[in-house]
Design a protein around this ligand. Structure first.
Ligand code: ZN
Length: 612
């Protein structure tokens, strides 16, 4: 890092007042940038050669100065700065680049800046690593080299200096200069290309819609492009971008994306929010990432020789594709304000992808997958150290830790439970209202819950937050009473589910939307009621004493059920034929939990499982 001198013309002197009180802290931030300077938009030029471990960049950020500022702090990691200056009006003021805490640099101004606008200009170089993922990284396939990027959560700062937090959502104008024979891709469509005298090509991309830094992505290499037609209300062009020679392997992805995107548009009642949809295969990479306009996938997930393709592989791709495309609305169009609300991205994409696949391919048994996901989340939520869905972020490690089974699985299960309680239609209206209100902006949990409350009007906020803001899961014990006269009733009592040998004895309670299924003879009925206290009596609107009662209809509710041996027998009579397959899967999991809690012996459980 070096010191860079500059000059200040008369015009900029108007903005600089020596001796003015300085508000911005000189100490480096460690977790969040603070709020005296905000970006308006970026222009970034990158010189990227996939064969080279280093790259160079030039960034210009238009910013708003909100309060007198002596040091502008930016996120930057493993970057070397060559020049740095700040333009104010027609003038330029020199700055010194100072080192901050890990992931931060400061631009120390010769004189404090007063509120107004300015442009930060930085030339720098960085590293595109070969064997790691994060920021810019490279892959070699035979003699070919490729360059990709993965910014989420905190690695955009390795690719360019900036405001690397999700709330700073602004447009980006990107140019990528690459060597001869290479093609470059970005989130937005190509606007123009220019050839350099050295054979290089500069790809100029259209200015993006407002995006947070973690959603930007770049790709450079000798790619082949598979045209997958258009889809949806705006006839969005679809392409699959593959390493050279792999076009045939994109067949299934090219055929299936259109249907998935159109089902998502129908759910949201709004068109796909970006100009194009490319999906790109990355060799030797795991997972996928929801970059708007340029979704990245591990190659084995999205590509397969059609002669060797398998149904499980196709289902895996469709599931991930539906998840990533659901993010185009949940996360991309509406972005969490801060990482503690990562569930607004991941819980929603996980929940909606199952729903979409169930509509698209009903014989794929996604309803069973949903209950399995609930079972897995409940298991990990047993730990006293389990995270909350919405866990406060106190350090950068907390951001990484937020990408876990609680955010994805528990969050999705809780959404499914509230959807069942509120009703599919009202829930969808709440989702649409939330998306429309915050489109191209940011949101918090409150924004979603308020939208839901308007549609449902059932005290959703206070109930939902008992699942969002505390860890663990409730277990509901149910007892059926059938008096000689009057309606049958269920006495329900809740406590935190804990293994019998657990040292902790929790006093937690939840506000639980309890949906009960029960049957008399051949008929099956359902009844829902919000359980707000430790105990609740639920009068069943049944003509007689039910033959069986399942206090978790569909087993989608995010709570364990504990039943007496007698109630289990009535439930599982006739081999559990009264239950759906997902319910059978859920009941077995809850019986296992009853054993752990000491509410059922292994012998009693084993004697009943063969009935299923
Ligand atoms: Zn996701």
């Amino acid at each position: 890092m070096g010191r860079v001198s500059g000059f200040c013309a008369v015009a900029c002197l108007l903005f600089l007042v020596p001796g003015q009180a300085v508000v911005a802290a000189v100490e480096s931030p460690e977790l969040r940038l603070g709020g005296t300077v905000e970006p308006i938009e970026y222009e970034i030029g990158l010189w990227l050669d996939p064969r080279s471990e280093t790259f160079t960049g030039s960034v210009e950020i238009a910013v708003t100065i909100l309060a007198p500022t002596e040091v502008i702090w930016l996120n930057a990691r493993d970057l070397e700065f060559d020049t740095a200056a700040i333009a104010v009006g027609e003038g330029v003021v020199g700055v010194e680049v100072i080192e901050g805490a890990e992931g931060y640099v400061g631009l120390k101004l010769e004189q404090p800046l007063l509120p107004g606008t300015a442009r930060i200009r930085l030339d720098y170089s960085g590293r595109a690593r070969k064997d790691e993922v994060g920021g810019l990284f490279r892959r070699q396939v035979a003699e070919d080299w490729y360059l990709f990027s993965q910014m989420e959560a905190l690695d955009a700062r390795r690719a360019f200096p900036g405001f690397d937090e999700p709330s700073y959502k602004v447009p980006f104008k990107i140019s990528l200069t690459v060597p001869e024979g290479q093609t470059a891709f970005f989130n937005t469509p190509l606007e123009s290309r220019t050839e350099g005298p050295d054979g290089s090509t500069t790809f100029h991309f259209q200015k993006s819609k407002p995006l947070p830094t973690y959603l930007l992505t770049f790709a450079v290499g000798p790619f082949d492009v598979v045209d997958a037609g258009t889809a949806g209300r705006n006839k969005t062009p679809l392409r699959i971008i593959v390493p050279r020679g792999k076009s045939e392997e994109a067949k299934y992805a090219a055929e299936s994306t259109k249907d998935i995107l159109e089902l998502l548009e129908d759910y949201f009642g709004s068109p796909y929010p970006y100009e194009k949809l490319d999906q790109i295969a990355i060799p030797n990479f795991g997972g996928a990432m929801e970059h708007p306009g340029l979704v990245t996938y591990g190659q084995t997930l999205i590509l397969r020789d059609p002669d060797e393709d398998t149904i499980p592989r196709q289902r895996r791709f469709a599931n991930v594709c539906a998840h990533e495309l659901a993010h185009m609305w949940f996360g991309d169009l509406v972005t969490m304000e801060w990482w503690e609300d990562l569930w607004l991205n991941e819980s929603f994409a996980t929940w909606l992808s199952n729903k979409i696949l169930d509509q698209w391919q009903p014989d794929w048994d996604r309803d069973v997958s949903i209950v399995r996901r609930r079972n897995r989340a409940l298991r990990s939520d047993t730990l006293t150290s389990a995270r909350q869905i919405r866990q406060p972020i106190l350090s950068n490690d907390d951001i990484d830790n937020a990408f876990d089974g609680i955010t994805y699985g528990k969050g999705a299960s809780v959404l499914a439970m509230f959807e069942l309680w509120i009703g599919e239609e009202k829930f969808r209206e709440g989702v649409r209202s939330y998306i429309n209100t915050h489109a191209h902006g940011n949101a918090t949990a409150r924004g979603f819950l308020d939208a839901l409350e308007v549609e449902a009007g059932k005290g959703v906020v206070s109930a939902f937050t008992t699942f969002l803001d505390q860890n663990g899961a409730p277990q509901i014990h149910a007892e059926l009473t059938c008096p000689d006269e009057g309606k049958p009733s269920l006495l329900l009592s809740q406590r935190r589910f804990e293994p019998a040998d657990s040292p902790a004895t929790s006093t937690q309670t939840w506000k639980i939307p309890v949906c009960v299924a029960y049957g008399v003879g051949e008929s099956r009925a359902r009844q829902c009621q919000l359980m707000t206290e430790r105990q609740m009596t639920m009068e069943l609107d049944s003509p007689g004493c039910p033959d069986w009662v399942l206090p978790n209809e569909g087993m989608t509710g995010y709570y364990r059920v504990s039943l007496s041996v007698e109630m289990l027998d009535r439930l599982l009579e006739d081999g559990g034929s009264r239950l759906t397959v997902p319910e059978q899967v859920g009941v077995v999991s809850d019986m296992n939990a009853m054993i752990l809690a000491g509410d059922l012996t292994e012998g009693d459980a084993l004697r009943r499982v063969p009935q299923l």
